[in-house]
Design a protein around this ligand. Structure first.
Ligand SMILES: NC(=O)c1ccc[n+]([C@@H]2O[C@H](COP(=O)([O-])OP(=O)(O)OC[C@H]3O[C@@H](n4cnc5c(N)ncnc54)[C@H](O)[C@@H]3O)[C@@H](O)[C@H]2O)c1
Length: 370
């Protein structure tokens, strides 16, 4: 049942294996990439409690020994403090340049561990074993690694491609429904940005996927990885097209900053809200029909994902303050905000040509509905 997506980046090419039971096969799949039979695994406390022993057993089948560092779960782990702890731990484990570091967890662990591997001894190889839906469909692929800074999200980091990605779809079964649905926000993003047939499919199969249907989960992870790989192969370091993957993210990053990067709004939930706002803005600019944002909202709402600013608990800053937070985004070029807008479902494009007033009015209207 294992499926493979190849990321054809010439001298940095790698495979993404997707399917159930991959932790048990991890030893056999990782062994060809190892110079010596030992790995250092970085994970978080939730994933460690549920799956670390399965990984240890899977590696042992191929005679691979494993040391592990278990970090606290949550976005605040993607920080200078835990980067230092991870790098110092890897040095204490005497990780050499030819060794492999394993990132075993959600996007937080993947981003942090990948960055630690990028800076350790000026670059050590690493493997991604993503365990959250968000990490399997998005963050484990494409080589963006990094941490947050007090100045903003993901502002410190490096491009560092993994040597291999193992997406074991069985482990999704232990996710909380809220975390799983947050990851679904990123899955929907792919349909919205470039594949309307995939969005149609999600409208039909999304509920089965959420309930645990394995073939639906594999198909969604595979299609998402294919789309991400295709875009990353065209534009690895985001000089152009890769920005399409940021559909919904300019809004999302401002909302995450406004809500403190925590439980009030998970990253994938922010992406879902951001996609709905991006489509609403596109409709207001006359780029797509008014039915498109309605359809986007309807599907996200049917799945139980956050959709509107009204779905975010607690106070939010006013429209002007949210706009200022958007100005912190990495997508700002020469001081101008860049947006990913759409001419319809599956037809996103990048533009800097959005009047600030339009964005402020949209946010003010959405805030007024709270
Ligand atoms: N590098 C990229 O290209 C990229 C892309 C998208 C998002 N991201 C980053 O990813 C992060 C969000 O990722 P995330 O949503 O995976 O967050 P996360 O790593 O915090 O995981 C979410 C929660 O799920 C738990 N978890 C993970 N796997 C589990 C499992 N199998 N069973 C039970 N619990 C499990 C984690 O412990 C955590 O509590 C953000 O920091 C975001 O910026 C990076």
């Amino acid at each position: 049942m294992m499926e493979t997506v190849h990321v054809g980046l010439v001298d940095r090419a790698y495979d993404i294996h997707i399917g159930p039971g991959l932790l048990a096969q991890s030893g056999a799949l990782i062994a060809p990439h190892l110079a010596r039979k030992q790995v250092c695994v970085v994970t978080d406390e939730n994933v460690a409690a549920l799956h670390l022993e399965t990984l240890r057993a899977g590696l042992a089948v191929a005679g691979i020994a494993m040391e592990s560092l278990v970090l606290p779960a949550g976005e605040s782990t993607k920080s200078w403090r835990f980067l230092e702890q991870t790098v110092e731990w890897l040095l204490a484990q005497k990780v050499e340049r030819r060794d492999l570091v394993v990132a075993f967890g959600g996007g937080v662990i993947g981003d942090l561990t990948g960055f630690a591997a990028a800076v350790l001894r000026r670059g050590v190889s690493f493997v991604q074993i993503p365990t959250s839906l968000l990490a399997q469909v998005d963050s484990s692929v494409g080589g963006k690694t990094g941490i947050n800074s007090p100045a903003g999200k993901n502002l410190v980091g490096a491009f560092h491609q993994p040597k291999l990605v193992l997406a074991d779809t069985d482990v999704l079964g232990t996710m909380t429904s809220r975390d799983l649905l947050a990851g679904y926000g990123e899955v929907v993003k792919y349909g919205l940005l470039g594949d309307s047939a995939f969005f149609d499919w999600l409208e039909a199969q999304g509920p089965a996927l959420a309930k645990g249907d394995m073939s639906a989960r594999i198909a969604a992870v595979r299609r998402s990885c294919e789309m991400k790989a295709e875009i990353v192969m065209r534009d690895e370091t985001e000089q152009g097209d890769r920005a399409l993957l940021n559909l919904g993210h300019t809004f999302c990053h401002a909302l995450e900053a406004a809500t403190g990067y925590g439980d009030r709004l998970l990253h994938g939930e922010g992406v879902a809200v951001g996609c709905a706002l991006a489509f609403e803005l596109s409709a207001r600019l006359g780029l797509c029909s008014q039915e498109d944002p309605s359809r986007v909202r309807q599907h996200l709402r049917a799945m139980g994902v956050k959709v509107d600013l009204a779905d975010i608990d607690g106070d939010l800053p006013d429209a002007e303050a949210l706009l200022d937070l958007m100005g912190q985004d990495k997508k700002v070029v020469d001081g101008q905000l860049r947006f990913i807008l759409a001419r319809g479902i599956g037809q996103a494009f990048v533009t800097a040509d959005v009047p600030r007033d339009m964005v402020r009015d949209l946010l003010a209207d959405e805030l007024a509905r709270r």
